[in-house]
Ligand binder design. Structure first.
Ligand SMILES: Nc1ncnc2c1ncn2[C@@H]1O[C@H](COP(=O)(O)OP(=O)(O)O)[C@@H](O)[C@H]1O
Ligand SMILES: [Mg+2]
Length: 272
């Protein structure tokens, strides 16, 4: 029997007159890979920002492993076991890859790595560095520990961001457009890597993603937002053939995205 990792109930977040998230209810079982998709401006990042404590929703509740986290600060939520990456990479560019991960071990501290390390002495510091090295290796950055983050390729910076998120030992990992700006080869590697996060680290993964091949290939469940509302949810196949989803995407999506979206053949009964 699997526990519910995240349960969001009728959550609403407004910016002035705009309802960026409108009465959205969504559950993610432990061990799932769940995706949140929808056109630009649908409210996906705002949804993540509410779950991770960057914003407090005006209405509704957010339960993490059965306990409400609504109203907690971002660092408190991080300590409870939710980590995230950002749509736009947020690394300390002048710090090394290793130092960026060490900072990730201390979500309470907003200062630099020196501040993060002041609390560590002797064996504790050695253990922290050993763990950071393990994480570098897990994300495919073995040997890059001494590189300033800014010198890493874009694809490697994305992986370093994930390593930093993993450093806080989360149970739930939120990835906001992990393949944004990646080429097709890097995107395929990311798909394999997301599976490893679940299979090897036993994480529950919740991702916002535009690449439909990745979404359809990796997700146990897909939720679709449009204009702040959840308009569809289900298996990749069910969501892909939902007329409401096709309509939402037809309105806004670029041709290349639509081509990718059409790549998986429709079931026979859906063909003309
Ligand atoms: N801090 C903010 N202040 C005002 N409006 C915002 C803010 N953040 C997001 N929005 C608006 O909320 C809507 C949803 O944005 P966002 O959650 O970023 O969408 P998505 O991630 O699906 O592209 C957009 O109309 C956006 O302009
Ligand atoms: Mg976004």
């Amino acid at each position: 029997m699997s526990e519910t990792m995240l349960a969001v109930r009728r959550m609403t977040k407004r910016f002035g007159g705009l309802m960026a998230v409108r009465q959205v209810t969504l559950e993610i079982p432990q061990g799932a890979i769940a995706s949140l998709i929808g056109p630009n401006g649908a409210g996906k990042t705002t949804f993540f920002n509410c779950v991770t404590g960057f914003y407090t929703p005006e209405e509704g509740d957010i339960l993490f492993r059965g306990a409400s986290i609504k109203g907690l600060r971002a660092d408190q939520i991080a300590w409870r076991g939710i980590a995230r990456t950002f749509q736009n990479i947020r690394l300390f560019g002048e710090m090394t890859a290793l130092e960026n991960i060490l900072v990730g071990m201390h979500p309470r501290l907003k200062g630099g790595v020196l501040a993060a390390l002041t609390g560590l002495h002797g064996g504790e510091e050695r253990r922290a560095i050993a763990r950071a090295m393990e994480l570098l290796e897990f994300v495919g950055l073995a040997g890059y520990g001494d590189y300033p983050a800014v010198n890493l390729s874009y694809g490697l910076q994305r992986r370093l961001e994930i390593a930093r998120a993993l450093a806080s030992n989360p149970a739930l990992l939120l990835l906001d457009e992990p393949t944004a700006g990646m080429n097709p080869g890097e995107t395929d590697e990311m798909m394999v890597f997301i599976r490893r996060l679940r299979d090897e680290l036993a994480l529950t993964v919740f991702l916002i993603e535009h690449d439909m091949k990745l979404v359809m290939g990796v997700s146990d469940q897909v939720s679709v937002m449009d204009y702040g509302q959840k308009i569809s949810e289900g298996t990749p196949a069910a969501v892909q053939s939902d007329p409401a989803v096709i309509e939402a995407y037809l309105g806004t999506v670029s041709h290349t995205m639509m081509e990718e979206f059409d790549e998986t053949p429709l079931p026979p009964e859906a063909r003309g």
